[in-house]
Design a binder for this molecule. Sequence first.
Ligand code: COA
Length: 328
Amino acid sequence: MNLIPVGVLGTGRHVPERILTNQDLEKMVDTNDEWIRTRTGMRERRIARPDEAASDLSVPAAQEALKRAGITAADLDLIIVATVTPDMAFPSTACILQEKLGAKKAAAYDLSAACTGFIYGLANASNFIALGTYKYALIVGVEVLSKITDYTDRNTCVLFGDGAGAVVLGAVPEGHGFQSFELGADGAGGELLKLEGGGSRNPSSPASIEQKLHYLYMAGAEVFKFAVRVMGSAAEEALRKAGLTKEDIDLLVPHQANIRIIQSALHRLHVPEEKCMINLDRYGNVGAASIPMALAEAAETGRVKEGDRIVMVGFGAGLTWGASVLVW
Ligand code: COA
């Protein structure tokens, strides 16, 4: 069977207006700007309004991606939203977004792979297009992590922010587009990063609120070790599947969890920092939105040109990881 080459036709991103700086956090918990900058690389992050939910952030990002792709919402066959902070448990944020965009003929579903969700979503959608099942797909990575963050816990509250990134996928000329995907999961590490409340194990109740189960929990040091290991290995495996080597990387677009995690991946992959998209200083860790936001910024600011080989790589709760090689 002949597969259709699939690539990115357009990108978009959107963040809430409110900025939460390290100095603001100093007034909220026992922390300081120097600690946050040296341990994480972060300076500020965006925080949604109380009435702003995942679908609200997704709409402008999606509209921008559609515009850049030169298609309309009515052309979309598929919408996938990767998020751990959906508007609500159901209906899916993808269905809410479908309605808001007016994407009448699109199938729509959410995908749960935490911060790796966007890469999982790309792999998912590109298969539909490669097989000819669908022509155009919208993949959105969006998070409103501020709504599940405990702003009395300094171990986590300095790390996370809100935002959305979107791409439109479709057919591209031979030799362009996605060259490989490497996806993985290790459920044994599920305890390291989780939000327990509000599900069927611990439905929301006064007791679940009392135990703070509606906030995300993270064993930071363990996640850090896992991330350092898996970022390099996933990127290497994606390169190997694409028949490429580390030297072929023109731009690395990593999940923006911590500058030290990114630096260790750069070291392992022999990629200099100028060949890496870094925006965590301005946005913090935006979960599933982090890679598409960074990719959109790279596209907008001329960091990528036609034929460039981009490696996207991420990790997250699950535990999950994923990487992809994309020829622009
Ligand atoms: N300000 C000041 N001190 C802080 C702090 C903060 N915001 N957060 C933690 N500390 C303290 C800790 O309490 C600890 O103090 P102690 O030694 O007295 O107990 C000390 O700093 C060191 O903590 P540690 O956890 O060893 O720091 P670290 O160098 O591992 O950095 C993280 C902490 C969270 C930044 C780091 O582990 C990390 O980035 N982990 C991965 C997170 C991640 O990627 N999550 C998302 C996955 S998608």
